[in-house]
Design a protein around this ligand. Structure first.
Ligand SMILES: Nc1nc2c(c(=O)[nH]1)N[C@H]1C(S)=C(S)[C@@H](COP(=O)(O)O)O[C@H]1N2
Ligand SMILES: [Mo]
Length: 307
């Protein structure tokens, strides 16, 4: 079967809808397999790497939210090994010139992967510092040549109940698949990544293999995992936690110590590892400490209303 890279497809060309099954050789040949050193990055200098102690890898990969595998923090690490991530493809639709289904390896081919050490703040008021690596989202999305009508972009997680035991559970109340979205200017912001690895290794399944979004100034739930669909849209997409509890979780979900969750304060957070005797509590920073980089995106907006 013919496999095309998005950049090879002429703007006018009719796109393909067939599923591609190519092996993940490319990733391995790049040296991104387990234990491989990170690629050096020239862009890295533009990005503020956080100068705080890293959260141990063992916590990053064992204390997870990925309700597709269960609601307990340990469930993803316990059950996500069942997920097949190779072959993987992404369906691109909506307001773009180059739509269709693309093999994962073709989409990431030739794109620069870089390490970014970011604060990571869950809406549940815990946080970590994580050495991700990934592709600047702008580079990824520009390949598909979104048109002028594309004001938002939606990301959809895999729906595969045979491998994701939580999708068969009625307890989450989630209407699968998990969906998230960004405004285009948020998606194109240099801090926004499509993450393909962590701690110098390919992304473990429990963290959203083979790739997941990371938007470091927003609550963690904006970072949809195991993405299979990207849709460029005129209107604001729906997002799973907002559908579930609109008074508790907004579309923007910018980290904001001044806007409480209806059931708890967001003024501070527990930095993991956090224990009863050493909770490691610290004040939460506006935009998770990235205000200098991103506050201008929201100039003139009432962030208590658009929480
Ligand atoms: N598909 C999917 N993506 C998801 C979630 C989820 O349940 N399903 N949980 C979100 C939440 S609430 C958080 S805090 C982060 C957790 O990412 P981590 O487990 O890599 O730390 O993933 C986000 N992305
Ligand atoms: Mo979260």
């Amino acid at each position: 079967m013919l496999i095309k890279r998005p950049q090879d497809i002429a703007t006018s060309e009719i796109t393909q809808e067939s599923v591609f099954h190519s092996r993940r050789k490319f990733v391995k040949s790049l040296g991104l397999a387990a234990g491989a050193p990170l690629l050096a990055s020239s862009l890295r200098a533009n990005v503020p790497n956080v100068d705080e102690e890293l959260t141990p890898e063992s916590i990053v990969t064992s204390y997870n939210n990925f309700y597709e595998f269960g609601m307990d923090k340990g469930d993803p690490a316990r059950y996500a090994h069942a997920l097949t991530t190779d072959p993987w493809s992404v369906l691109v639709t909506g307001e773009a010139a180059k739509t269709g289904r693309f093999a994962y390896e073709d989409v990431i081919k030739g794109l620069q992967q870089e390490e970014r050490i970011y604060r990571f703040r869950c809406v549940e008021a815990w946080s970590m510092v994580v050495p991700w690596y990934g592709i600047p989202m702008k580079q990824l999305l520009e390949q598909f040549a979104p048109n002028g009508n594309a004001k938002y972009v939606e990301f959809t997680t895999l729906y595969r109940p045979s491998e994701m035991r939580g999708q068969g559970s009625v307890f989450t109340g989630i209407d699968w698949p998990y969906v998230e979205g960004l405004r285009m200017d948020e998606a194109y912001h240099p801090l926004t990544l499509m993450v393909t690895g962590v701690y110098g290794k390919s992304l473990p399944n429990q963290n959203g293999a083979p790739w997941r979004m990371i938007v470091p100034w927003k609550y963690g739930f904006k970072g949809a995992k195991s993405v299979v669909k990207i849709r460029f849209m005129r209107r604001q997409p729906k997002n799973t936690w907002n559908i579930l509890a609109p008074r508790e979780y907004g579309f923007y979900a910018n980290v904001n110590p001044a806007v409480s969750h209806p059931r708890w304060s967001q003024a501070s957070e527990r930095r993991l590892p956090s224990t009863l005797f050493n909770p490691n509590r610290r004040p939460t920073l506006p935009f998770n400490g990235y205000a200098e980089q991103v506050a201008s995106l929201y100039a003139g907006m009432d962030l208590t209303r658009h929480f």
